[in-house]
Design a protein around this ligand. Structure first.
Ligand code: NAD
Ligand code: TDX
Length: 332
């Protein structure tokens, strides 16, 4: 895969993927990223010169996208508006980036016959009951809850239509909740870590019984690369590391690892339409491509992530007040 176009490569998971590809392949990478509030140029610093370049632009702009796709051997599409709470406040950028952006890329890969991988989320399946013995599989019907997950679901449908109608060489992956370095502090785990570092009490939505299936971003990257290199065209692969935990348990673990009392947090207004439980069955990915997660120890990964945020205060500090002000408006 000599030349890759990675959209959203200055975001949390996209940047992790860029590092992973440079370390494990001989590919060169062009990152296409609009550098929204969620991006960090810093996450791309110190990479081997000559193997990666950043183009600042919008995936929904065909004039930007077309020549970059024409010059690539493969496109990996991470760019998205990614935060559910933001989609409840203002869905419009989610529609433009997640739907029109994916459409724009699909038209370009169709025109230039370029291999395409689409990065999506388990949220397209809606949620499971807490006591449901089932987990999501590639056969689970779509049932998204929020404007974010509906926009991702729509983008997945566009990809499948372009595969079937136009023969586009595409694969899809739907991954569970990621954590690790460079995640924006609006998200659950880094929000609570930085609250503790800030001397503020962490904020748990509703009862905290909602379950998420956590995976380290390094493992998501290795899965996407395996699918890009060896996945069957037209196929979807679910990515997960058997990391189900309820939010209250995750928060108590953060508090323990940071030397705080177990009850040093506030219950705040629940998220509208809050999905109860996500759980991924990644048997297909493991069986067909031999993928296994390498960072499955959640406690260890969380401790490392806490250390990383402690050491990178200069990166997150400028965004903390504005992020918390947005939450305060919603009583969260
Ligand atoms: P993020 O919000 O941290 O980063 C998104 C990146 O996309 C940013 O760098 C941003 O500048 C860029 N971007 C946004 N709009 C753009 C546009 N119009 N044109 C070009 N670039 C644009 O997101 P993330 O958490 O790294 O998620 C990356 C992808 O993985 C998304 O597609 C998301 O749906 C998917 N995903 C995320 C998770 C998770 O837990 N975070 C889980 C499963 C799937
Ligand atoms: O302050 C908080 N308190 C809280 O209890 C925040 C920010 C969140 N939560 C809860 C809501 C969720 O149940 O924690 C859980 C995780 O919340 P988020 O980090 O916002 O993630 P989630 O909504 O589950 O979506 C994430 O995983 C799937 C990513 O943001 C998506 O991009 C991905 O598709």
């Amino acid at each position: 895969m000599p030349s890759m176009l990675v959209t959203g490569g200055a975001g949390f998971i996209g940047a992790n993927f860029v590092h992973h590809v440079l370390a494990h392949t001989d590919s060169s990478i062009t990152v296409l990223d609009k550098l929204t509030y969620a991006a960090s140029r810093e996450a791309l610093e110190g990479l081997p010169e000559g193997r990666v370049r950043l183009v600042v632009g919008d995936v929904a702009d065909p004039e930007v996208v077309d020549p970059l796709v024409a010059a690539a051997d493969a496109v990996v599409h991470f760019a998205a508006e990614s935060h559910n709470d933001n989609s409840l406040r203002d869905p419009s950028p989610f529609i433009r980036t997640n739907l029109v952006g994916t459409f724009t890329l699909l038209e370009a890969v169709r025109k230039h016959d370029v291999r395409y991988h689409h990065v999506s989320t388990d949220e397209v399946y809606g949620d499971l009951a807490l006591d449901d013995p089932e987990r999501f599989t590639e056969a689970t019907p779509y049932n998204p809850s929020s404007p974010y997950s509906a926009s991702k679901a729509g983008s997945d449908h566009l990809v499948r239509a372009w595969v079937r109608s136009f023969g586009v060489r595409a694969t899809l992956s739907n991954c569970s909740n990621n954590y690790g370095p460079w995640q924006h502090i609006e998200k659950f785990i880094p929000r609570q870590i930085t609250n503790v570092l800030d001397g503020t009490r962490p904020k748990l939505y509703g009862s905290g019984e909602n379950v998420r299936d956590w995976i380290h971003a390094d493992d998501h990257s290795s899965a996407v690369l395996a699918i890009l290199e060896r996945g069957r065209p037209g196929e979807t692969y679910l990515v997960g590391a058997d990391g189900e935990q309820d939010n209250a348990t995750v928060l108590r673990l953060i508090l323990e690892l940071m030397g705080q009392p177990a009850d040093a947090f506030d219950h705040v207004t629940d998220r509208a339409g809050h999905d109860l439980r996500y759980a991924i069955d990644s048997a297909k990915l493991r069986r067909e491509l031999g993928w296994t997660p390498a960072r499955g120890d959640f406690r260890e990964g969380l401790a490392e992530t806490i250390d990383w945020y402690r050491e990178h205060e200069a990166w997150w500090r400028p965004h903390k007040d504005a992020t918390e002000a947005r939450y305060a408006e919603a009583g969260q």
